[in-house]
Write a protein that binds this ligand. Structure first.
Ligand code: NAP
Ligand code: ZN
Length: 353
């Protein structure tokens, strides 16, 4: 282990002082390396809509000052003395969480995100020592090696970063609900998550339909592998697609008319929510009863599955379409995400921080 890292590491970050405050550049200390820690020199950090929900404190419980960011791609700068999986210079990623108990049935099954002790999120969370966590809008981060994944050589670092959240959050439920050959899947919302979901569902062999508010993104949806594309602003869409889908993956950050979407499911179909609006949804139980349908939700994915997803993306040439921005442009990027004016993920070039 590098001697210089037996102490804490000062690192510049982008932080917000309170909900909706503008970003400012400040300095925090990353902890001294423990034996199983990796110090990562962050190169790129994606902007997820969850960062906005959190920085605006829309979900409540926000811890300020906050440094968002859970789509982290970087290079290992130093390793603790017991680290075996990674070496200095390795290209690595960190997603939405950085610790879990490691002992409960869900951790043992590789579903650390559902840890019964409570997973430690990459930011806006307290770690098991009670210290607040700070995320990836940052030059450096220290993470336990078990919560670090390897970025395959075939993936560029900037393009890889959104896979650490948008990628795994869509890959995991598509696999869990057996999306593949012979299955009809709809992806609702074509933003950061949605545009990656189309690529995964197509690569898994399913028939993919995109449901977006307008027809504006049709040609790009087809280029990502969609077979069909419909605008939800057109009422005819709901008549034409009634009873069509085995699975609907909802990636929308706002509340939907849930009954209308349930009517698009086949008997036994499932509406899987990954979009996380702050307000509760409303629906009629009859929309479920009359078709033995289910409503479900899914939270990111485990570490092993995240590595599997990255390898799958490399193998199938799945790549987020990104717009790289400077650290000074994050406030503006948030405004643009809120207007759905992003094609399709902003990624911060951390060298500009
Ligand atoms: P995003 O890039 O803003 O994409 C959301 C998309 O939803 C938009 O592009 C838009 O698609 C659609 N949309 C937005 N506002 C809408 C409205 N009022 N009515 C209907 N459609 C609307 O966001 P993202 O980063 O993909 O994240 C999406 C959601 O997933 C967020 O709520 C985020 O917090 C959540 N999330 C959950 C998890 C999890 O583990 N479950 C992980 C990551 C993110 P169209 O323009 O195509 O209509
Ligand atoms: Zn996210």
């Amino acid at each position: 282990m590098c001697n210089q890292h037996t102490n804490t590491t000062p690192t510049r970050v982008l932080s917000v002082a309170n909900a909706k405050a503008p970003f400012e550049t400040t300095t925090i200390e990353r902890r001294a390396l423990r034996p199983d820690d990796v110090l990562i020199d962050i190169k790129f950090s994606g902007i997820c809509h969850s960062d906005i929900h959190s920085a605006f404190d829309e979900w409540g419980g926000g811890m300020f000052p906050m440094v968002p960011g859970h789509e982290i791609a970087g290079v290992v700068e130093a390793v603790g003395q017991n680290v075996t999986k990674y070496a200095v210079g390795d290209r690595v990623g960190v997603g939405c969480f950085v610790d879990s108990c490691g002992e409960c049935e869900y951790c043992l099954a590789g579903d650390e995100q559902y840890c019964t002790k409570g997973v430690v999120q990459t930011y806006n969370s307290l770690d098991y020592d009670g210290e607040q966590t700070y995320g990836g809008y940052s030059q450096k981060i220290v993470v336990k090696e078990g919560f670090v994944v390897r970025i395959p050589d075939a993936l560029e670092m900037d393009v890889a970063s959104p896979l650490l959240c948008a990628g795994i959050t869509t890959y995991s439920p598509l696999k869990h609900w057996n999306v593949g050959p012979g299955k009809k899947v709809a992806i609702v919302g074509m933003g950061g998550l949605g545009h990656v979901a189309i690529q995964f569902a197509h690569a898994m062999g399913a028939e993919v339909t995109v449901l977006s508010r307008s027809m504006n993104k049709e040609s790009e949806a087809l280029s990502f592998g969609a077979d069909h594309y419909f605008a939800t602003s057109n009422e005819e869409t709901f008549k034409e697609l009634a009873g069509r889908f085995d699975v609907i993956l909802n990636t929308v950050s706002a509340n939907l008319e849930v009954d209308a979407y349930l009517s698009l499911l086949r008997i036994d179909g499932t509406l899987v929510n990954v979009g996380a609006p702050a307000e509760p949804d409303q629906y009629s139980v009859f929309s479920l009863i009359m078709g033995r349908r289910s409503i479900a939700g899914s939270l990111v994915g485990g570490i092993k599955e995240t590595q599997e997803m990255l390898n799958f993306a490399a193998e199938h040439k799945i790549a987020p379409q990104i717009e790289v921005i400077n650290a000074s442009q994050v406030d503006e990027a948030y405004e643009r995400v809120l207007k759905s004016d992003v094609r399709y993920r902003f990624v911060i070039d951390v060298a500009t921080l």
